[in-house]
Design a protein around this ligand. Sequence first.
Ligand code: SF4
Length: 330
Amino acid sequence: MQVHELHPALSIRNLTLALSTKHSVLYPVRDLSLEVQPGSLHAIIGESGSGKSLTCRAIMRLGPHAMTIRSGSIHVGQTDVSTLRGHELSEFRGSRVGMVFQDPAPHFNPAKRVGSHLIRTLERRLNLTAEEARSRFTELLERVGLSGRDDLLQKYPHELSGGMAQRLAIAAAIAAAPPLLIADEPTTALDVTVQKSVLELIDELRRGMGLAVLFVSHDLALVEQYADDITVLYAGTAAEQNASHRLFVAPRHPYTQALLRSRPRPDAPVPPSIPGVPPRLEQLPSGCPFHPRCPAAIDPCRSDRPAPTSWPDGGQSRCHVAARNAGVTE
Ligand code: SF4
């Protein structure tokens, strides 16, 4: 990944998350490091259960209650999020980081008309008068490509289309002009054409506002088109990280290679799926967590966890075989 002079909008260093259950402690994210620079889009990709959403929730300190930071750190700008408490934490959510979920429902109150609820939220969050909040709401609607404020003021959340609800959720998330937007599978529940327009909106916002975006998705086509940098997560570990244009051209980790092979293509509308299933957190295999599914596995893969190998182009991967083939020391 590129080295920037600017202070990153998000910096995660050697993060390990612990999840306490009745019988044991699980580690859904292990030793994860990544940065998101102002104005850039960093995508996290991986199968379900790879730790993508828990990483986002840890940045926002949104729980679950049983989850703690076991080691490492998360900084948004220069703020260590683990130090935030009470009022500071609520201030942080919204004014420093906006978040958009797969389901936009958390941004609305099902019993209240959408417009009036969002205007009240703006009054409270930005300390605006009712008139100022209405004017800010109109500006936000324009920014996210929605018109007809008066009509929206009258609608209840269940009356919105999926694309309209997600655009309003984005408007709510960027209302206080936070430097960082976390978008956790924001397009998964939308039609293909609406997905593209929501992604274009996020892309415009990062270009127009210099917004840093952490984008979680399992849609490789969208990620390839919009991401600057990519982290491929597998079983809570960063299997590979690199600039998007390099990762899609020359993936080094067998899991990334398998993910890319599993994309539908015009010449292979039914692409090969990755054999096997991701491991359960309670039963993580020893050594490399991908070894039971990996066609390239050798003996050390079953016993030794691969360390990150840094590549001359700035990328990193955790794979014994990739490191050996390149003659690089792990
Ligand atoms: Fe496959 Fe071994 Fe590399 Fe893991 S370390 S991805 S098992 S080759």
